[in-house]
Design a protein around this ligand. Structure first.
Ligand code: OOB
Length: 549
């Protein structure tokens, strides 16, 4: 597990070609603003109004702005500056917002790791970016992030600082870093703002570089599409590092619109219904499995949440049945959100008829979004016909960070991102997501690259070959099954689970089921047929048993 982590040579973030830069600037989509600057402007306007609520901690816009300046000064004092990469792995809490804006203001570039990531993922982010600092919480849900940080630190030579929100152990305490504000470097709208993470289909981490100008446009366009304003109170319940609760419009959109953000790291219905009632929350965002848990509980307990106007659901397909239950159970409007960390965001509109809100994933939010739906040969298909979704636009990246070879496969020569999604367009212009054309499993919104899990399993001495596939699941949308060809020293499912965990892989990537086979079904060209494997499993379920767990 402890391979040294080495820095890649000068990876770059592909930019838009000059004619597109000019087009987006002259249309007013891209402005000469930065996140740090926009927060200062909003803070000047909103002053003593409450911006951020975390339990009993309430920060006004002024206080948030001041706190961001103090943290930025502290980070600068450590030698962090413009262009330095910082891996941020914090649970939902006020410090998340303060840290992120402090880094934005300093021109340092956060990588938004998810709380579930472990040494495999964090090690890869550090090696890929040459990260200088890693910011974690102390202990969350019994997991000690300082131990993870010690492991990463020992292997990542670029990592000069580990900063801990809470009890720091051998590292630096976040709160101890605050310093009186200092002059900070000038940041340009074309500078990198942050890295989002791709769900991915391969074993390689794909980092999505967002610049101030395009990510701010992402936020502004979402605010407009969702009608967020100074009266919006947004509950951040999904992990705040993800693009959806961050920028669609998420906590960034809420703050930049002058609204209020309430944070929680416990997205359960009991905690959240109380928060919604106490703080008069007007909008929140969930992935489908969590939405279904909220609906189940709401139907039983009938919570009093009259302030809630919009429940955004996205990240994975929301079934029609669940969609239908939202308004009666929670007394609010459903908004379907189909988006991707690479860019394109689609929303159903507040004024759309029920049929559209219940049965589609909405329309691209920008008039400048270019969407093509094509067949296997790359020819556009007519409306109503399912095809592969390609997209380009003012907030959809032109390539992954430092991956020129993979970019040739993931982007067309004229700059469209091949999303891997199979969609069709309906009469009103909305998209309906029908599935995926790549080996990515969407486990309730958490994306798993089959190849990454396969590569790890192949490292087990008892595994001759393996294929990881997604299986339909009423609750999560998909669950993961690993089909294993064992060697004679046949491992048990539990051996394989423990092995993956010990390898440092995030827990959500560990397969839900293991099935042991003597041979794999193959396609005409001799590739493993994942389709047949899925059918095999269906047959096993409906009939004869098999060696599984
Ligand atoms: C969001 O972003 P990612 O990068 O975690 O995942 C993107 C993929 C899409 O390509 C699609 O396969 C799937 O997640 N997806 C949906 C969906 N929303 C996302 N599939 C069906 N229905 C939906 N509503 O997941 C994301 C980013 C921003 C906003 C919302 C979601």
């Amino acid at each position: 597990m402890s391979a040294p982590v080495t820095a890649t040579m000068h990876p770059t973030a592909p930019d838009w070609p000059p004619e597109f830069v000019e087009r987006y600037v002259s249309a007013g989509f891209w402005r000469s603003e930065t996140f740090g600057g926009v927060l200062k402007t909003v803070a000047g306007r909103m002053g003593a109004q409450i911006a951020l609520v975390d339990g009993d901690r309430r920060l006004s816009f002024e206080e948030l702005d001041r706190s961001v300046d103090e943290l930025a000064a502290g980070f600068a004092g450590l030698g962090l500056g413009k262009g330095d990469v910082v891996v941020v792995q914090l649970p939902n809490r006020a410090a998340f917002v303060e840290v992120v804006f402090a880094l934005f203001r300093l021109g340092s570039v956060p990588v938004f790791a998810l709380p579930a990531h472990r040494s495999v993922e964090i090690g890869a982010f550090c090696s890929f970016t040459g990260a200088k600092a890693y910011i974690v919480a102390d202990v969350v849900g019994g997991f000690d992030y300082r131990e993870l940080a010690a492991d990463i630190r020992a292997r990542a030579p670029s990592l000069a600082h580990v900063i801990v929100d809470g009890e720091p152990g051998p590292f630096l305490a976040l709160d101890g870093l605050r310093r009186p504000p200092v002059d900070l470097p000038a940041i340009d709208a074309g500078d990198l703002a942050c890295f989002q993470l791709s769900g991915g289909t391969t074993g390689i981490p794909k980092l999505i570089a967002r610049r101030h100008r395009d990510y701010l446009y992402n936020v502004r366009a979402s605010v407009e599409a969702c009608d967020f304003n100074e009266r919006t109170v947004y509950l951040a319940a999904l992990p705040m590092g993800h693009n959806f609760p961050m920028a669609c419009p998420g906590f960034l959109g809420t703050l930049l619109a002058g609204g209020r953000v309430v944070v929680t790291d416990r997205p359960t219905p009991d905690v959240c219904f109380d928060l919604i009632a106490r703080e008069n929350v007007t909008a929140t965002a969930l992935v489908p499995p969590l939405a279904m848990v909220w609906l189940d509980v709401a139907e039983m307990t009938k919570p009093q949440v009259p302030s809630l106007r919009i429940l955004q659901v996205g990240g994975a397909k929301l079934g029609h049945e669940a969609a239908r239950r939202v308004a009666p159970a929670l007394g609010c409007r459903l908004q379907q959100v189909f988006g991707m960390a690479e860019g394109l965001i689609c929303f159903t509109a507040p004024e759309d008829p029920d049929d559209v809100v219940l049965n589609t994933q909405g329309k691209p939010m920008s008039t400048a979004d270019e969407v093509r739906i094509v067949d296997g040969d790359g020819n556009d298909v007519p409306d109503g016909v399912t095809g592969h979704l390609l997209t380009r636009g003012p907030y959809t990246i032109r390539g992954y960070f430092g991956l020129s070879e993979q970019n040739a496969a993931s982007f067309t020569p004229d700059g469209f991102y091949r999303s891997g999604d199979l969609v069709r367009r309906v009469a009103g212009g909305q998209l309906v997501v029908e599935g995926r054309d790549t080996d990515q499993i969407n486990r309730g919104g958490e994306k798993i690259a089959a190849e990454e899990v396969e590569n790890f399993l192949l490292g087990h001495e008892g595994v001759l070959d393996v294929a990881v596939v997604g299986l339909p699941d009423g609750y999560l949308g998909e669950r993961t099954c690993a089909f294993v060809l064992p060697r004679s020293s046949r491992p048990t499912p539990n051996d394989l689970r423990m092995f993956l965990k010990a390898s440092g892989l995030a827990a959500f990537k560990i397969p839900d089921r293991f099935e042991f086979l003597d041979s794999f079904p193959t396609t005409g060209v001799g590739k493993i047929s994942r389709k047949t494997l899925r059918e095999t499993l269906k047959a096993m379920h409906s009939g004869a048993g098999a060696a599984s767990a």
